[in-house]
Design a protein around this ligand. Structure first.
Ligand code: 13P
Length: 253
């Protein structure tokens, strides 16, 4: 099994303890068994990078978005080379909140993935279905389109990358996908990627209402190679409890 990865997506929030102290506390726990990543809002990236470096460089810092162009008249946007220069090593691309509220299309997501790769940033590429699609039983059709379109635009070599399965109906709702649902979708994702990018190296992780209470059960599935955590990543104790669950599962599998 690949090394599991745990990613904190703070969205437009900062933990009460502050970015610097969050990273310090998390660095005290992180070890080789499970990779840890923290994705703060843009203004806190530099502080997080500095804190991660001063505590042994064991935590990677990710941005939550990027633009696909290197520079230019794009007010309010940030390029992948700027992120790379800041010491950021990963970037979340295609999060459902970006698709829903900021007009990120499959095509644009593909261009952002290519830009991330070109700057040497590892993409965390998010896919997932809305509730109506889930209820209709059309989850895999939608995810197949998201994957095919993005890989077509980006070119197939995005390795290594992380693919995050985040069902929209599970995000911030307290209603997580069961391990069975997540595992089934992850298997579906793998079979599609095998076809469209046979040599891709990637991990498939789950996101959507992951908490310390459900992390162990979810982590016990071999299909789930980590988590992308929103709400529960805003409290360091909760985030570290989820880390511990992944670590115990990694030892057990
Ligand atoms: P929650 O963990 O708050 O459900 O958010 C999941 C998510 O969107 C992470 O990217």
């Amino acid at each position: 099994m690949a090394r599991p990865i745990l990613i904190a997506n703070w969205k437009m929030n900062v933990p009460a303890i502050g970015a610097k102290h969050f990273v310090r506390d998390a660095a005290g726990v992180v070890n080789a068994a499970v990779e840890m990543v923290v994705a703060p809002p843009f203004p806190f990236l530099s502080e997080a990078v500095t804190a991660a470096e001063s505590h042994g460089g064991k935590i990677a810092i990710a941005a939550q978005n990027c633009h696909d162009k290197a520079s230019g008249a794009f007010t309010g946007e940030v390029s992948t080379s700027m992120l790379q220069q800041l010491g950021v090593s990963m970037v979340i691309i295609g999060h459902s909140e970006r698709r829903q509220f900021f007009g990120d299309t499959d095509e644009w997501i593909g261009r952002k993935l290519a830009a991330a790769r070109a700057a040497g940033l590892m993409p965390v590429f998010c896919v997932g279905e809305d509730e109506a699609t889930y209820e209709r039983g059309a989850t895999m059709e939608l995810i197949e389109r998201q994957l095919r379109e993005a890989f077509r635009v980006a070119g197939s070599d995005l390795s290594p990358l992380v693919i995050a399965y985040e069902p929209v109906w599970a995000i911030g709702t307290g209603k997580n996908a069961t391990p069975e649902i997540a595992a089934r979708t992850h298997r579906g994702i793998r079979s599609i990627v095998k076809e469209i990018a046979p040599s891709a190296e990637y991990r498939v992780i789950y996101g959507g209402s992951v908490t310390p209470a459900n992390a162990r059960e979810l982590a016990s599935s071999e299909e789930i190679e980590g988590f992308l955590v929103g709400g529960a990543s805003l409290e360091v104790t909760k985030f570290l409890a989820i880390y511990e669950a992944l670590q115990d599962a990694a030892v057990a599998i």
